[in-house]
Design a binder for this molecule. Sequence first.
Ligand SMILES: Nc1nc2c(c(=O)[nH]1)N[C@H]1C(S)=C(S)[C@@H](COP(=O)(O)OP(=O)(O)OC[C@H]3O[C@@H](n4cnc5c(=O)[nH]c(N)nc54)[C@H](O)[C@@H]3O)O[C@H]1N2
Ligand SMILES: Nc1nc2c(c(=O)[nH]1)N[C@H]1C(S)=C(S)[C@@H](COP(=O)(O)OP(=O)(O)OC[C@H]3O[C@@H](n4cnc5c(=O)[nH]c(N)nc54)[C@H](O)[C@@H]3O)O[C@H]1N2
Ligand code: SF4
Ligand SMILES: [Mo]
Length: 758
Amino acid sequence: MKSESDKNAEKTACILCSRNCGLAVTIENGKFTRIRGDEEHPVSRGYICQKAARLEHYQDHEDRLRHPLKRQPDGSFVRVSWDQALDDIAHRLTAIRQQHGGQAFAFYGGGGQGNHLGGMYSQQLHKAMKSRFVYSSLAQEKTGDFWVNGRLFGHQTCHTTEDVEHADYVLFIGTNPYQAHGIPNARDTLRELQKNPDRTMVVVDPRRSETARQADIHLQIKPGTDAFLMLAMLAIIVRGGLHDREFLGQHCTGFDELECELLAVPVAEYVQRTELAAADVERVARGFATAKTACVRIDLGIQQTLHTTLNGYLEKLLYLVTGNFGKRGGNNLHTFLLPLIGHSDERNPKYPRTARHRMFPISGLYPPNILPDEIEHEGEDRVRAMFVDSANPALTAADTGAYERSFGKLELLVVVDVAMTETARLAHYVLPAASQFEKWEATGFNLEFPENAFHLRHPLFVPLGESLPEAEIYTRLLEKMDEIPSRFPLLERIARLEPSFSGHAAFLAALAATLRRKPRWQPYAASIMYRTLGQSLPDDASAAAPLLGLTTAYAKRHAAAVRRAGHQGNNLTLGASLFRAILERRAGTLMSVHTFDDTWSLIRHPDRRIHLAIPEMLAEMRALGSETPPEADYPFILMAGERRAYNANQIYRDPAWRKVDRDGALRLHPADAQHLGLADGALAKCRSATGELQVMVEWNDNLRRGTATLPHGYGQRYGGNGPFGPQINRLTASAHCDPLTRTPFHKYVPVHIEPVLS
Ligand SMILES: Nc1nc2c(c(=O)[nH]1)N[C@H]1C(S)=C(S)[C@@H](COP(=O)(O)OP(=O)(O)OC[C@H]3O[C@@H](n4cnc5c(=O)[nH]c(N)nc54)[C@H](O)[C@@H]3O)O[C@H]1N2
Ligand SMILES: Nc1nc2c(c(=O)[nH]1)N[C@H]1C(S)=C(S)[C@@H](COP(=O)(O)OP(=O)(O)OC[C@H]3O[C@@H](n4cnc5c(=O)[nH]c(N)nc54)[C@H](O)[C@@H]3O)O[C@H]1N2
Ligand code: SF4
Ligand SMILES: [Mo]
């Protein structure tokens, strides 16, 4: 039976990582008084981790922004009205566009871990600016993966997921789900895996991570050598005839070419480079290939280190070559409702390259590693104006110093955030967004298959001060830029007249007719729906209005899957019925139930096959082996950005939220620490070719000798004090990145460590 407080609980979700676990919360006097996992959430079903209980520290703290702010010549900020701020920004943006064209504008961000609804509105701004230069944190971790997907499956939006819950054999490479999550209900899922003797869990990690400690087999690999390991495994599989010939023949092309390369792999030599035992590698390769079902789950440990893109290719080959794809317990393609990423094949010249680095976008995104150079570039075609929304690149992108310097050279920098961040301090204008618990909000991290869900969250608090939802901020800005009028009388009338949820067919038809008549407005459908249909939605859910367009398109493409999820309607009304369910069900909605057979229709190559041979990757495979050894001046490999119990990107700013590890310690193997004369708790200097930090040392025998780790998500100022904890990107370098995708090698930063002499 539900207790009284559960009955009064409001439904929402955690916004701290991509799992977005459902929450049932109690609110009293404008504060969270109880935060629990919501058993009614279709995916998390009651699960949460220790970080969610602290959400009051996100919602209410000293550095929340209350009013629009304008920076003064002396660096201080004064309060201005929304009209003052937006009039001036609109004026300056249109002047820059007129004088320098779209290339002068860049956008950074577009949603963090929990807020992607605003992205539908902010993306209208780059369209208004005629710019395609969207920089994003995804392009400092996942674009290698997206690029490979584009080649394998025919489109960069073909994103895969892994059915860890049902696999007999799970290979975790470079990821620590116990702390970082990333898989459904991570700790429960890991426990299930561990306690079932018929299932095997393998962790490849240079560190005996919390996940590795639960594994059947831990391969404590030498950092940066995963490509050698995966190639050796693939070679063992193919030579042993353990590949799935039937799957390869039926669903793939290019295996012959790939097989030739794999047969040439010097297995023993490659295994030696990983510093693993040959018998262990052999056992894992054979175990993975012969398991009834197997899947691979990877993350930053191979995405932010040497050979990033090749790692992404090889990891996928492991499950493809063994036929663990498109089936229960394997890796699978999934569908999106909110399109988080796009497609931009660099072989097509229509996707513009940047001025300085001639860098192409991947999935429509440009990498943060090149941005300082694109701003500081001498040419007329440099980046001059920027919006940063839902990101804090001054701390999270490589080379903090380069960001501070280059952002200082922008003619206009506007930051949209809930808090006064390090990036906001560099801005000309800081615009206060309502928090994720003060507005209608949702994420696009719905990456499940075959069942997929969507959670639209309703507001729990009134917006703080004068803060506004992004929907309103960007719509007002477009109005002030004269891109759209503020009223659409005909559409407003139709939206009002239409009996609630009759399928919204009349509204969509009228909208389509309007946009045909005024093609200039086509990029702004989201804001137009917000101002029209939005006004007639219940509970002020106006910001959710554009979801009707998305549910309509989704239901058209995946009608059977949407119906299997229990939504009803004909060709015209199914999308509206999904929209209505999303609006009404506050705990989240099952939106689709696919079948594994749908997999082949999700592949976008016209032949519906997986194209295994990617020439660039085959060439990189052949060139592997000629590595330069680490420099003598920097003998340690620093993993700059570990996920720990109390870090959560830049989302919490008040250091009081952390129950442990307030200093964000530098972890070091005790033997290394002793050798350097560093006691547990001592102060050390950690120096890279880019910069230097003073850090506190923590002895930790889970590390490999010769490696050190620092946590991600520290270094914020708070309440006028700080920084609290290490600003790790003072150590990282813009050029230290994957040559193809320009994603950083944050997990492989050569450093020198020495005691601080007092
Ligand atoms: N607690 C917490 N959870 C988070 C976040 C957070 O800030 N805090 N952030 C979220 C975000 S944005 C992301 S992207 C994910 C990231 O999630 P993960 O990638 O799982 O987390 P990390 O700790 O960054 O790195 C994973 C592991 O890679 C290992 N590793 C380092 N170098 C190598 C290598 O050369 N080879 C191999 N095989 N492994 C290596 C590290 O030891 C580490 O255990 O976490 C999300 N979840
Ligand atoms: N060295 C090193 N650097 C790293 C990493 C690493 O491992 N090592 N990890 C990288 C990875 S994987 C990631 S994902 C990035 C993360 O870094 P960022 O992309 O910079 O994103 P977040 O830390 O998620 O910051 C989210 C911002 O959004 C704000 N915010 C919260 N809610 C709202 C809202 O409703 N509206 C608006 N407008 N703003 C809001 C928060 O106050 C915060 O400033 O860091 C990357 N940087
Ligand atoms: S941090 Fe991630 S795993 Fe933990 S409760 Fe929040 S969404 Fe769930
Ligand atoms: Mo991330």
